[in-house]
Write a protein that binds this ligand. Structure first.
Ligand code: SF4
Length: 331
């Protein structure tokens, strides 16, 4: 991964990871900032700079550690070691939170965050599941920080319950030999390859993702697939049927036997439209006036009748092509 510059909170250099990053990226300009949350120089840039802004690496200390309840694969969403990402999916949910400042931020106080997570896991009466990848892509992040190599063995050894994270990347090789005790749920996000090529810019191909999830499953990790987000572009039914056929032929027998599915229909927003129009002028507009409706705070989602049609189509096609695979939810 190539970066142009590092913006950093000076205190982050007193952490082990901060020191490591300083050495790793010593050839780049290092620009001190007061807070990773408000870099004036970035905030003032026009939307057309969105892609170039993602070529910067931001390093800071995470100060907010509030866990949010969640009722899907996990019980809690945990703010963890990064937010943002270097890829540029045109619908990226993080743009809703960070606007054009959705660049990759690394938080160096990982010891503090994992201590807290372990403590919380030990305090609960029932074993809990914690989603640690809701703010970024940890497989991508791991290629820079090795934070998953730090997190997985320590959580498994000292904590209780499970951790989970989703990804759109295939760089799983370093994770394969880790002691995970079956307590790390790996979730690979998939979409038809034409959608990956046109919309999920800078992520791994479908073939690479299928291979990666097969390898994780073979290594004993409980694995699932996220068909997400489902985007109803022209010809979407054919595209998703082809995706399911590719999954049927590419996934290992073990994966097909053990996996679960999560399906999420796309949410889009006014902010995405504004940024994408300026930053990716040739890209297709994902806003579909016919099929979408407002969802509050400038967000759009597919209309209820459109969602119902998509849901019944996907359920029938999954059953026809993949058989009785467990579908946790369609939302
Ligand atoms: Fe956003 Fe995930 Fe795409 Fe990165 S990979 S741009 S975090 S949706």
């Amino acid at each position: 991964m190539k970066f142009d510059a590092v913006y950093y909170e000076p205190d982050s250099l007193s952490y082990t990871l901060g020191e490591q990053l300083k050495e790793q990226f010593s050839s780049l300009p290092w620009i001190p900032i007061a807070s990773h949350n408000s870099i004036k120089e970035m905030q003032e840039k026009p939307n057309s700079e969105f892609g170039r802004m993602k070529r910067n690496l931001i390093i800071g200390i995470r100060k907010t550690h509030k866990y949010e309840e969640n009722h899907k694969v996990s019980d809690y969403l945990v703010p963890y070691t990064s937010s943002g990402c270097t890829a540029m999916c045109l619908y990226c949910y993080l743009v809703c939170n960070y606007n054009k400042c959705a660049y990759l931020r690394l938080f160096v106080n990982r010891e503090q965050m994992l201590d807290r997570l372990i403590k919380k896991s030990m305090k609960s009466v029932q074993p809990l599941a914690f989603e640690i990848g809701s703010n970024s892509d940890l497989v991508l992040e791991n290629t820079i920080t090795q934070n998953l190599l730090y997190t997985i063995p320590r959580f498994v050894e000292e904590g209780r319950g499970k951790i989970t994270f989703p990804t759109k990347f295939d760089m799983v090789e370093p994770l394969l030999g880790l002691e995970h005790g079956g307590r790390v749920i790996f979730r690979m996000s998939v979409n038809p390859q034409p959608i990956i090529s046109r919309i999920e810019l800078g992520t791994s191909s479908l073939k690479q993702r299928i291979q990666a999830v097969n390898e994780m499953c073979e290594a004993g990790y409980p694995c699932g697939l996220l068909i997400a987000p489902v985007i109803m572009v022209d010809g979407w039914k054919k595209l998703y049927t082809e995706l399911l056929e590719e999954l049927e032929s590419g996934l290992s027998a073990k994966m097909k036997r053990e996996m679960f599915l999560e399906i999420i229909l796309m949410t889009y927003s006014y902010v995405h439209r504004a940024i994408n129009q300026d930053a990716f002028p040739g890209a297709e507009d994902l806003y579909d006036q016919e099929r979408m409706t407002g969802r509050g705070r400038g967000r759009y989602c597919y209309r209820p009748e459109v969602r119902a049609e998509a849901e019944s189509f996907l359920r029938a096609e999954i059953k026809r092509i993949l058989g009785d695979v467990q579908i946790l939810y369609i939302s």
